[in-house]
Write a protein that binds this ligand. Structure first.
Ligand code: CND
Ligand code: ZN
Length: 375
């Protein structure tokens, strides 16, 4: 029996408040309105940005259904939807591509005016939510909310992908892989023969390493306080691995000494102010490029001596690897299908969706790279 046009009752992981585990609840998912798409989720990765909400570092309205790195199959579409149809395999877009606003039209920019990073309304574009639980409206998260058996997204926040793609793997293209890889090849534009330093070896940082290697970097220095991450970093292209805890001087000094004044490209892929500063200082004062990928703690600032930039350094950042999502995701999936990019090494655990709290325990313990939850 078709579910189109009807509310669907299903399971979702609801975060009622910060610093608490998820609660698996029965929720009601309303049908998609005009220009919206309802998706049956098949798989979702767990990213540190979801955890930043739990810890209060990333503020978004609660209660909410989190999750932003998923893949699924279109169940039904609202009026006027033309880019996807029921049965299509899709990836929800954490950074939507409206194609109409000033920044969407700018060729090098990927941040649509309709993005959720600035607004953080926790709603669909029309200001309402499609989730209800125990009679209460539940917010969505970054326009995606993949920690639910069914979700509803705006049409500008979904991309159709190859019908043969394995959703339990390509879900990583929904955030972690693309964010890291794009930060290297598209945002920093790493050059052949260059030197790179990557701070933080989670799923996103390791994807930066894959990007640096693809771009032909000669030295890729991986930095992490968890040495258990080093073997995988080397497998994916790191040429050296260093642990700041092994030195009695700042890690930026170590990197400057290792590279005769600093690396060409550095990446902060942790989400801490001190490591953002270390990454900046570890790139060359005259021509280094440092990219902020990690999401900084809410409402905290860095104080910076402008001399650090006056000599020629570039400091930049980007959401979702700078990619225009609706255009880029089908191509990245095609690259995965053509075996041009690896995703399997990033997936260390696969769990049933109901075990979501275990996936976050593994992340906190530094034991997982990516856990994929299966519905
Ligand atoms: P994950 O937590 O898996 O990895 C972070 C790594 O940093 C771990 O290996 C830690 O051991 C390491 N680490 C922690 N503290 C330090 C330290 N002081 N010095 C060195 N290493 C340290 O995180 P992830 O890979 O899922 O995400 C990384 C960041 O990227 C995080 O802040 C997340 O919110 C952000 C992000 C950004 C975007 C974007 O669009 N820009 C998208 N998704 C995630
Ligand atoms: Zn993410």
């Amino acid at each position: 029996m078709s579910t189109a046009g009807k509310a669907i009752k299903c399971k979702a992981a609801v975060l009622w408040e910060t610093h608490k585990p998820f609660s698996i609840e029965e929720i009601e998912v309303a049908p998609p309105k005009a220009h919206e798409v309802r998706i049956k989720m098949v798989a979702t990765g767990v990213c540190r940005s979801d955890d930043h909400v739990i810890s209060g570092n990333f503020v978004t309205p609660l209660p909410a259904v989190l999750g932003h790195e998923g893949a699924g199959i279109v169940e039904s579409v609202g009026e006027g939807v033309t880019s996807v149809k029921p049965g299509d395999k899709v990836i929800p877009l954490v950074s939507p591509q409206c194609g109409k606003c000033k920044s969407s039209k700018q060729p090098e920019n990927n941040l649509s005016r309709k993005n959720q990073y600035g607004r953080r309304s926790g709603t669909m574009l029309d200001g309402t939510t499609r989730f209800t639980c125990r009679g209460k409206p539940i917010h969505n998260f970054l326009g995606t909310s993949t920690f639910s058996q069914y979700t509803v997204v705006d049409e500008i926040a979904v991309a159709k992908i190859d019908g043969a793609a394995p959703l339990e793997k390509v879900c990583l293209i929904g955030c972690g892989f693309s964010t890291g890889y794009g930060s290297a090849v598209k945002v920093a534009k790493v050059t052949p023969g260059s030197s790179c330093a990557v701070f933080g070896l989670g799923g996103v940082g390791l994807s930066v390493i894959i990007g640096c290697k693809t771009a032909g970097a000669a030295r890729i220095i991986a930095v992490d306080i968890n040495k258990d991450k080093f073997a995988k970093a080397k497998e994916l292209g790191a040429t050296e691995c260093i642990n700041p805890l092994d030195y009695n001087k700042p890690i930026e000094e170590v990197l400057q000494e290792m590279t005769d004044g600093g690396v060409d490209f550095s990446f902060e892929v942790i989400g801490r102010l001190d490591t953002m500063m270390s990454a900046l200082l570890s790139c060359h004062a005259a021509y280094g490029v440092s990219v902020i990928v990690g999401v900084p703690p809410n409402a905290q600032n860095l104080s910076v001596n402008p001399m650090l930039l006056l000599l020629g350094r570039t400091w930049k950042g980007a959401i979702f690897g700078g990619y225009k999502s609706k255009d880029a995701i089908p191509k990245l999936v095609a690259d995965f299908m053509a075996k041009k990019i690896p995703l399997e090494p990033l997936i260390t655990h696969v769990l049933p969706f109901e075990n979501i709290n275990e996936a976050f325990d593994l992340l906190h313990a530094g034991k997982s790279i990516r856990t994929v939850l299966m519905f």
